[in-house]
Design a protein around this ligand. Structure first.
Ligand SMILES: C[S@@+](CC[C@H](N)C(=O)[O-])C[C@H]1O[C@@H](n2cnc3c(N)ncnc32)[C@H](O)[C@@H]1O
Length: 272
């Protein structure tokens, strides 16, 4: 199965990774690898990225992509440990319904516990985002995903499903690591282009004792898959928020890198 080896940088978020092994895109194997990763050490190794943040340096508070969520039916794809759902459920936001899906039973359990601890609840479904999982069609006003969409083994199929769950004019917002960030590593005071931007092959990489499988998609792959699923893009955010960058100062290589190239992208799309 192994084809070749190469180093990967920034497998997800800020972290540098070791040797990656190119693998075949076998959906079942990838799901098994990644759900085991998220069932066990996922949050310990990669942490959580959750609303109000879309990424390390992009905040909902600055961009207001979700807008007023009161009375809205909202679904999160890849809800992880539930912190974004908690953010939406708290205070004056008052959504009508909160729903979440995730491939990891452990993550779904964490979401349920977190929400219950704050007197909240959501409809939670443990299933891969690529699969039919009983979510209602033409139902949601907003579907969002924070650093989870990139895990799908079938981007076009996933976007088509998400479109089917949305009402007409419903909004889909998602964030992921920017493809340029995935190609460039900070080495001493230099940024080095490490891999082909066009390489979308799947790879497995060990982070400590744990393994995960991913692919790095081009920006055009996301844009074209959205168009094919019947979305129009209303807004895209690539730049880091000044206030969040300033708060970190020049303290990390990651913050320095984020001053000169995009590390996160967020797309707000609408179902036609
Ligand atoms: C980086 S976390 C993001 C979740 C959330 N924003 C957080 O920070 O807790 C990625 C999530 O995607 C989930 N995931 C990975 N592959 C998936 C798939 N194919 N379908 C659904 N969820 C998946 C993982 O279990 C994990 O909870």
């Amino acid at each position: 199965m192994d084809k070749n080896k190469g180093s990967r940088t920034n497998v997800i978020g800020a972290g540098e990774a070791g040797v990656a092994v190119t693998v075949d895109m076998d959906k079942d194997v990838i799901h098994k690898t990644n759900s085991l990763f998220w069932d066990t050490k996922g949050n310990e190794v990669l942490g959580a990225t959750a609303l109000p943040l879309y990424g390390a340096f992009v905040s909902e508070e600055n961009h207001r992509l979700l807008g007023d969520v009161s009375g809205k039916k909202i679904l999160e794809i890849g809800c992880g440990s539930g912190q974004s759902l908690l953010y939406l459920g708290q205070g004056q936001r008052q959504p009508a319904e909160l729903w979440g899906t995730d491939i990891s039973g452990n993550q779904i359990g964490k979401t349920r516990q977190l929400l219950a601890a704050h007197g909240l609840s959501a409809e939670l479904i443990c299933a891969p985002m690529e699969d039919q999982c009983g979510l209602p069609e033409n139902y949601f006003d907003i579907i969002y995903s924070v650093y989870a969409i990139g895990w799908t083994t079938d981007l076009e199929g996933t976007f088509a499903r998400i479109a089917s769950y949305l009402n007409k004019d419903g909004v889909f917002i998602f964030s992921w690591s920017h493809p340029i960030h995935k190609c460039v590593a900070a080495e001493k005071d230099t940024l080095v282009f490490k891999k082909s931007y066009f390489d979308e092959s799947w790879y497995s990489v060990a982070l400590g004792e744990d393994t995960l499988s991913l692919t790095d998609r081009k920006m055009s792959t996301y844009v074209n898959a959205l168009a094919k699923a019947g979305f129009i893009i209303e807004q895209m955010v690539e730049e880091s928020d000044e206030d969040l960058l300033k708060a970190q100062g020049d303290s990390s290589d990651f913050a320095k890198k984020a001053q000169v190239l995009p590390v996160t992208f967020v797309i707000k799309a609408r179902k036609l």
